[in-house]
Ligand binder design. Structure first.
Ligand code: TRP
Length: 490
């Protein structure tokens, strides 16, 4: 009889009515198991088989928790406790590791108390294709197991979703370039992913050390901008960098896996040093920020990083550092994050500069009033050689058309406007009037939600501080895992 049949017979024999068996594709890891049946980690139960001096034992623990082996030894009254090897599991019990069933007649079982908090749990039914779903107390009936308290929360995502980490420097309000580059993606992804949004106030200080008040106030502006564009503070975890000091610890561990020369070759850092007139004297804190940013990403061991295209070199550096760390210590624990870049590679400024930026004084802010928006739209850089509406105009490099491409969803209209412009059959004023209308329609709901947010600043800040606590817990787990790999964990 197969392990699955043994379990099914036992369920029948005991007359358990509310137990179900679920078929799915072959499963070999907890992550895959969780995805296959579409449940979250806290409702998943893993069956671990250990070897002790008294023989083999089975242990049930929740998938969002880790075993405290000393507690477990005490409960079992044993001195030695080791995971059984895959061969031992296969040869003695017929299970494949990764798809161990919740029950085998020859094993004594222990169940962690935290499982009893869940209504229905999901575990392996004995083969790679079948899960069992049942109340935890029914599992106890099946196994005649002993209840004990021998786990703690693990740093693993409790939702079973992949993780996003993304962030902004609090140095002012956010503009439409931020929206197209990253905010839009964040709103779209917050359901599908477990999303963390970092307010990088320490990074902001790295080139604004003498302006702490501005950085502090900008945090509230960012919170309002997030709320305004539709980031849901209950779905996404917003947090403040300075509240998670583990980032500095992780930074230092990572710093051994890159070089001064490599940072000097990072094109974003090069440009920023020039822009900030720091060629003669670059603050060290500023210079190392690509690595500190890698540490931000690793605080939650993120899988995906939605950012503007200008951040791509930072993601590449992070990936390389992760590869080196993992291969040096022969671990797989750190994830190589993927960058996710916005629809617009770059949103140009109203002055024609290829990048919109606060310091360049060429931005349209999410919080701009209708009047300000109108003024800015009517001042955008167009074709400088065009003197009248009947001159043939150039569309390339013309910011009015660049914005039409980005914001005007009526693509047919955009093509029509471009054609007329090229043929000298439309004036700048008409092109801009339509652009204003389109952009105002886009910004009006954001502006309205931002007004609401302004009355909620305290509440939003409180949420960000709560989020920071949560991230701190996760980051501690990552840092400890790194310490273990480096043999500095005592
Ligand atoms: N450097 C980013 C910027 O200037 C902000 C940032 C800091 C960030 N840490 C991060 C972005 C981690 C993504 C991930 O926009």
């Amino acid at each position: 009889m197969s392990n699955l049949e043994v379990l099914q017979n036992r369920v029948k024999e005991l007359g358990l009515k509310e137990v179900s068996f679920v078929k799915h594709g072959a499963v070999f890891t907890v992550e895959e198991g969780v995805r296959a049946v579409n449940i979250s980690f806290e409702d998943g139960v893993s069956t671990l088989i250990f070897k002790t001096e008294k023989g083999f034992v089975g242990v049930h623990r929740r998938d969002d928790r880790k075993i405290l082996s000393n507690e477990l030894k005490k409960l079992m009254g044993v001195k030695s406790l080791n995971m059984a090897t895959p061969e031992e599991v296969k040869n003695n019990f017929g299970f494949t590791v990764g798809a161990v069933g919740v029950y085998h007649p020859s094993l004594k079982y222990y169940m962690d108390e935290s499982l009893l908090e869940r209504k229905v749990i999901n575990g392996g039914a004995g083969d790679e294709f079948t899960d069992i779903q049942l109340a935890p107390k029914d599992l106890l009936t099946i196994t005649r197991g002993t209840i004990g308290k021998f786990t703690a929360p693990s740093e693993r995502s409790v939702s079973g979703k992949k993780r996003i980490l993304t962030g902004d420097r609090p140095t002012g309000k956010m503009h439409v370039g931020h929206y197209m580059g990253t905010l839009k993606n964040r709103v779209a992804l917050q359901d599908e992913y477990e999303q963390f949004i970092l307010i990088a106030n320490i990074h902001a200080l790295s080139d604004n050390a003498d302006n702490p008040q501005m950085v502090k106030e900008s945090i509230l502006e960012l919170l309002c901008d997030y709320y305004a564009v539709g980031i849901d503070f209950d779905k996404s975890t917003v947090y403040i960098q300075s509240e998670v000091p583990e980032v500095h610890e992780i930074f230092m561990y990572l710093a051994n896996f890159t070089s001064v020369q490599q940072i000097m070759h990072n094109p974003t850092i090069k440009t920023e040093i020039k822009q900030n007139n720091m060629e003669e004297s670059t603050p060290l804190g500023f210079f190392v920020y690509p690595i500190h940013q890698a540490a931000d990403i690793l605080c939650v061991n993120a899988d995906l990083v939605p950012v503007g295209k200008d951040q791509a070199p930072m993601i590449e550096d992070t990936r390389e550092i992760v590869r080196k760390f993992n291969s040096t210590y022969k671990v797989k624990y750190l994830h190589q994050p993927e960058g996710l870049y916005g629809v617009a590679t770059n949103v140009p400024g109203i002055d024609g500069n290829s990048k919109m930026g606060k310091s360049l004084n060429n931005a349209i802010y999410l919080s701009d009033s209708e009047e300000v928006l109108r003024k800015k739209v009517f001042s955008v850089y167009t074709d400088p050689n065009r003197k009248s509406a009947t001159d043939k105009g150039t569309v390339e490099g013309n910011i009015a058309f660049a914005y039409h491409d980005l914001f005007n969803e009526d693509k047919q209209q955009v093509e029509e406007l471009k054609r007329r412009y090229r043929e000298g059959r439309i004036g700048d004023v008409e092109v801009k009037e339509i652009l204003f209308k389109v952009m105002n329609e886009f910004l009006t709901p954001i502006r309205e939600r931002r007004k609401v947010a302004e009355g909620m600043k305290e509440e939003l800040l409180r949420k960000a501080l709560e989020g920071s606590k949560k991230v701190r817990g996760i980051a501690r787990g990552v840092a400890d895992q790194m310490k273990e790999a480096m043999l500095i964990k005592y």
